[in-house]
Design a protein around this ligand. Structure first.
Ligand code: F6R
Length: 263
């Protein structure tokens, strides 16, 4: 696991967008794992702008999103399909039929989850999985006590997650109480996990995830078990990390990051 501390939110967003797009430039047929949430909006905006400038071609990519609310049709304004269409898919050239999210209105949710796992395998697995972190430490919607070996399944959301996500709905009562989410095990199968964490409100949970024990109470801590996990953070999110000096040394000295240091 590497933690790359960036001076501010914009620098963190731009670094993540560049890492995503460089992956696509190197591997045009990349399978991207995508996330929703406010953290990702500027990342997708940067990708859309780069695409408009002709700097990146997504034509051969395919994508799998982490999660979708159960009970929302894809065209519901608060569905994650709508979020992805509005923030990314409508503005770049990824063929829409190769953009996948779980179907939250499937007749048989369990079968949908099995099919989603099978589709990821059939696509050759996920090359790069983009992740945010919830205030309770969730990745995807793997709420506390999710098995660290879990696969795609239906998961009950915590009252805190429901309240935090209510902004996208007319009122809190409309927020679905369950979602289909890739499991922690599904996420750990990705070849590269790239997490973006910004803002002081995420500092405490980031420190637990990165430097605390691996525990199902903070499912992001399972990323410590992943052989290739990069966590991009801004200064505000880094304030509660003990190892900042070392993390800064890595960013400033490791050859892998040299092309990105110059901005
Ligand atoms: C969304 C997802 C979630 C979010 C997390 C942070 O697809 O998987 O884990 O990444 O809830 O959300 P924001 O970015 O809104 O703070």
């Amino acid at each position: 696991m590497e933690v790359l501390i960036q001076p501010d939110e914009t620098a963190a967003d731009e670094l993540v967008a560049r890492l995503m797009m460089d992956t696509v430039r190197r591997h045009p047929r990349a399978v991207l794992g995508l996330a929703t949430g406010r953290t990702m909006e500027p990342v997708y905006k940067a990708m859309v702008e780069a695409h408009a400038q002709g700097e990146v071609d997504f034509a051969a990519c395919s994508t799998f999103n982490l999660d979708e609310y159960i009970g929302l049709t894809p065209d519901h304004p608060a569905s994650y399909r709508t979020f992805m269409n509005q923030n990314l898919f409508d503005h770049v050239n990824i063929p829409i039929e190769r953009t996948r999210l779980p179907n939250g209105v499937a007749d048989d949710i369990d079968r949908e989850c099995v099919a989603y796992e099978a589709a990821i395998v059939a696509a050759g697995g996920i090359d790069l999985q983009l992740l945010g972190i919830g205030h309770d430490g969730h990745i995807g919607f793997n709420e506390p006590l999710s098995s660290l070996g879990s696969r795609t399944r239906s998961k009950a959301l915590t009252p805190d997650t429901i309240a935090r996500n209510a902004f996208a709905f007319a009122n809190e009562a409309e927020v679905p109480h369950r979602a289909i989410t890739m499991g922690v095990g599904t996420i750990l199968d990705s070849r590269w996990c790239l997490m973006l964490v910004k803002g002081a409100s995420k500092a405490a949970i980031l420190a637990k995830a990165v430097e605390g024990p691996v525990t199902s109470m903070v499912t992001a801590s399972a990323l410590q078990l992943h052989p290739r996990c990069t966590i991009v953070v801004d200064e505000a999110a880094a304030t509660e990390l003990d190892g900042c000096d070392y993390y800064r040394w890595i960013w400033e000295n490791e050859p892998e990051w040299a092309p990105y240091r110059s901005g």
